[in-house]
Design a protein around this ligand. Structure first.
Ligand SMILES: [Zn+2]
Length: 249
């Protein structure tokens, strides 16, 4: 058994742990944004509903004012009708009749407006009621999604804690010297390990595509020490050798 091959295999496994940890962290970090997006959706739906409610309130205020106008016109009509009994001249009488006639026309106009407003209010009420119902359903659905996301985040955090522990335990089985080299490269690169790729044109680093020399391949094949890619500095290995080694084990 070649110790360096065993170490390389362990480091490849360690890299899998590290990638899993990175993926978990990314997923966890994306959740608060998702939650805040959902909260914004609720706020925006709430605003739309508030607009409907305010429109209804405005209409209700408008109709109240028109009803007061109607009352005032009716009072004037009543007052002038009573005055008809007290006028002294025909001229005054006719003037009052004209005045009453004009007021009656005003009254008709206001009544028409009130009826129209009542119809608009009915429509607005129905629209607001439907919007309220829809909002309440949507909010409930979104709140459920938020709760699920919070739960998911909690679960992912637990998984992450376990994964980090597993990774640390696993790393204990790797010689400190090699582990340090791995860690140093990992900090500046995404993944410290790179498989050698063989094509018709020769060998190259699987991560950065740098061409490798026959000498480098021969050095890797010795499995005495790590051979680093001259371009990206990653630790090179030949996948086939590691697979074969597994079969021998
Ligand atoms: Zn490279």
């Amino acid at each position: 058994m070649n110790n360096l091959i065993i170490t390389l295999k362990k480091l490849i496994q360690l890299q899998i742990y590290d990638q899993e940890i990175i993926d978990l962290e990314e997923e966890i970090n994306s959740i608060p944004d998702q939650i805040s997006q959902l909260e914004k959706t609720i706020e925006s739906l709430q605003k739309n509903l508030d607009t409907d409610r305010n429109q209804l309130k405005d209409l209700q205020l408008k109709i109240k004012n028109r009803e007061l106008d109607l009352q005032s016109v009716e009072q004037q009509i009543k007052k002038h009708t009573q005055e008809l009994n007290t006028v002294k001249t025909n001229e005054q009488y006719r003037a009052l009749l004209t005045e009453i006639d004009n007021l009656n026309k005003q009254k008709d106009q206001v009544e028409i407006e009130i009826i129209e407003l009542m119809e608009t209010i009915d429509k607005s009420k129905a629209k607001t009621a439907a919007a309220e119902k829809e909002f309440s359903l949507k909010r409930e659905e979104i709140q459920k999604q938020i709760e699920n996301l919070k739960q998911k985040k909690q679960n992912l955090e637990n998984t992450l804690t376990e994964k980090i522990k597993e990774r640390e335990d696993f790393a204990k089985n790797i010689q400190q010297k090699f582990l340090s080299q791995y860690e140093r490269i990992r900090k500046s690169r995404d993944g410290a390990m790179s498989p050698v790729v063989q094509t018709e044109r020769g060998y190259s680093c699987g991560k950065c595509n740098m061409r490798l020399t026959e000498q480098e391949i021969s050095d890797i094949n010795k499995y005495e020490e790590f051979i680093f890619c001259s371009s990206c500095s990653r630790i090179l290995y030949i996948p086939k050798d590691l697979e074969e080694h597994q079969n021998i084990e």
